[in-house]
Structure formats: structure tokens, C-alpha cells
Design a protein around this ligand. Sequence first.
Ligand SMILES: Cc1cc2nc3c(=O)[nH]c(=O)nc-3n(C[C@H](O)[C@H](O)[C@H](O)COP(=O)(O)O)c2cc1C
Length: 188
Amino acid sequence: MTERRKQAEPAFATTTVDVLTAIRERRSIRRYTAEPVSPEQINTILQAGLCAPTARNLRPFHFVVIRDREKLEKLAKGKIHARMLAGAACGLAICGDKQVEERMEHLYADCFAATQNILLAIHGLGLGGVWLGVTKDSEWYKLLRETLELPDHIEPTAVVALGHPAEERPTPHTWEESKIHWDKWTSG
Ligand SMILES: Cc1cc2nc3c(=O)[nH]c(=O)nc-3n(C[C@H](O)[C@H](O)[C@H](O)COP(=O)(O)O)c2cc1C
């Protein structure tokens, strides 16, 4: 029997921000300084994505780290709401393997759980990021597939732009009593 070797883990960055504070404070950050993001920070962010829960524990997600400036600019030009990619330190495309998880509702849920983990890790590290939606079969979806050379079974589900923040966004008031229901649906 072949012995399974544990893969050597890369170096990770650390943070002192607690999880509830990170959840409360996180905002979409769309402006970045020119300072690069370190390999340890990127590993930590990827690790957060890899820790996400998945519906059938199939872990179908893959992460394409987009560092190439030409590719970032091409993707920024392809969709008005993704234009901040041109100034980002890097982009992360969160993709799902359809051969691993065939149920698309699970595939999307798994990838989106990873996307939120990634955004929280970015915030916890003192960086800024924003979730960029990918609409299936849109022109941007096709551009992503082509630019990142994705094979047919790999579905791009979201992109995150990230970098050192060049804007501050305060936490809004999010407690909305009308959205909370105890034991049964209540309205009014
Ligand atoms: C599924 C999804 C798709 C999104 N797509 C975009 C996008 O394409 N471009 C963008 O600038 N922000 C995008 N956002 C970020 C939202 O605009 C943002 O989360 C929302 O305005 C609330 O702001 P906050 O993240 O600062 O709390 C997306 C968020 C989600 C969850």
C-alpha cells in the first residue's frame, strides 16, 4: 500500500481581526494602491477559500489567480462593473469543476461559500476586495473562459478583485428587525 504523504503547506500570513468583526466591517473595496499583495497573503486568502463548506463535501472549487496585467486590463475592459480589475493587485476567479459536482445548484453554492470566505480573509488581512458577478453565457463569461483558458468542465462562478485599499468605507447600519422572524413568519 502506498503511503499518502501530506503535502508541504506554503507560508501563510496572520491576522488579529476576529471573525465577527471581519464579518461586520467588510465592505466592497473598488480602489487600490499600487502596493503588491504578498505571496503569504495570497496563500492565506486561497486557504480561506479552500476551507469553505461544500454541499456533498466534494470540494469542486478551483481558484485561478490572475496576476498578468494584460489579462487584468482585458477583463477590466470587458465589463463596466469589473473595471476596478485594471487597478487591482490581482484577481481571483472562483471556478467549479462540473465533473466533480454535477448538480449546478450545489456547484454554485460551494463556490459562493468559498467566495465569501475569500472576501472575509481579504478584509481580515487589512486588504480590500470586491465580488464580481459572472452571468452564465454573458460576453464577460466568454471572455473569462477564453482569457483564463478554462476547459469545458470548469465553470467560472465569480471573480474577486483585490489589493491594498485606497478607500475607506464605514460599516452601514445593518440590523433590520423586519428581516428577523422568530419561530414563524411574521410581517409588519
Ligand atoms: C453575486 C454578487 C455579484 C456582484 N457583482 C458585482 C460587480 O460585478 N461589480 C461590483 O462592483 N460589485 C459587485 N458586487 C458587490 C455588491 O455591489 C456589493 O456587495 C453591495 O453593493 C453591498 O456592498 P458591500 O459589499 O460593501 O456591503 C457583487 C456582489 C455579489 C454578492
